[in-house]
Write a protein that binds this ligand. Structure first.
Ligand code: PEP
Ligand code: MG
Length: 315
């Protein structure tokens, strides 16, 4: 099946009943866009901007950033490109942003919290994005990482709009924002669920720590219930809910996530073919039934098995 998925035509993501589920790429640098386009990515669901900042001891200039964003956006004319604001701290420490020693950096001043504490860096990033946007034809969406509260959502979306950036959303990576997704989405244009951090924070298990790696499984029904909260809120409010964590690259889990209300999936480009092929084998009602089976399980292992069983026995 893998070989046939790799040689299948690069059709847009869709379920067996024709429901469109755009398949987007997670990218870490503009040069990766070529491979993503070749593999049929319909846009970018997560552009991690950290690469621009990791190599130096200072923030890049607005001009340097603008050139990188312009190269990225130019590869996707007419397509959606979701750029995430700098996500520094915890697993992605930056000397000039995360200088204070923290006992628990994953619970510390990271993501949007760190940007707010150095707001000039956030403003420069938004300036560079607005300039690149004006020079290119892509549909630019911007989002903030590690948003835990409605207040942070209002802060970020308000700031983005100040720079003329029309579509501003938040990553849902913290259980608090999943549980309050209806309130968060009242202020954001979209949500994108980062299942890597959402799993880490739901299971209270450091994603970098080998001794607790067994907890870092997005199939866990507790994680799936939080995804369902966000999906339901998005459906009620008519707002897109994407997935950009690694979970979207697991073909059967991708089906489950769609069954829980995800409207697009973003993944490493190498995963696009298998996910595309698996989505085509299931209708939306199949996906919902498979998701129900996974939700009813006690743990990640049995959720996966229940979903496999439900997928194999069509009604
Ligand atoms: C996530 O947390 O799922 C995510 C997509 O962001 P990152 O892996 O960069 O933290
Ligand atoms: Mg994350």
């Amino acid at each position: 099946e893998r070989a046939s998925a790799d040689s299948a035509p690069l059709t847009p993501g869709a379920l067996a009943d024709g429901t469109a589920i755009p398949l987007l790429a997670n990218l870490g640098k503009p040069a990766d866009a070529i491979d993503a386009v070749a593999r049929g990515a319909e846009g970018v669901g997560l552009f991690r901007t950290e690469f621009l900042f990791l190599s130096s001891s200072q923030a890049p200039t607005v001009g340097e950033q603008r050139e990188a964003y312009r190269e990225l956006l130019a590869a996707f004319p007419g397509k959606k490109v979701v750029v995430r604001m700098l996500d520094a701290g915890a697993d992605k420490p930056l000397a000039f942003l995360n200088d204070a020693h923290e006992e628990n950096p994953a619970l510390g001043l990271r993501g949007l919290r760190a940007l707010r504490a150095s707001e000039d860096i956030l403003r420069e990033q938004l300036t560079a994005l607005a300039e690149a946007d004006a020079e290119t034809e892509a549909d630019l969406w911007v989002m903030a990482p590690m948003v835990a509260t409605v207040e942070e959502t209002v802060y970020f979306t308000g700031l983005a709009r100040e720079y003329g950036l029309k579509t501003a959303g938040v990553m849902v990576e913290v259980p608090a924002s999943a549980l309050l997704a209806d309130r968060v989405l009242a202020h954001a244009d979209f949500a994108s669920i980062g299942t890597n951090d959402l799993t880490q924070y739901t299971m209270a298990a450091d994603r970098l720590l080998g001794s607790v790696a067994g907890f870092q499984d997005p199939w866990h029904p507790a994680v799936l219930r939080l995804v369902r909260e966000v999906g339901a809120a998005g459906a009620r409010l008519g707002k897109p809910v994407g997935i950009c964590g690694e979970a979207a690259a697991d073909p059967l889990l991708a089906v489950v996530l769609v069954g829980l209300g995800a409207t697009s999936l973003s993944m490493a480009p190498s995963a696009l073919a298998d996910v595309r092929a698996t989505l085509l084998a299931h209708s939306l009602s199949d996906a919902q039934r498979i998701a129900e089976a996974a939700l009813a399980a006690d743990d990640a292992t049995s959720a996966r098995a229940a979903a496999q069983n439900a997928a194999a026995h069509k009604e």
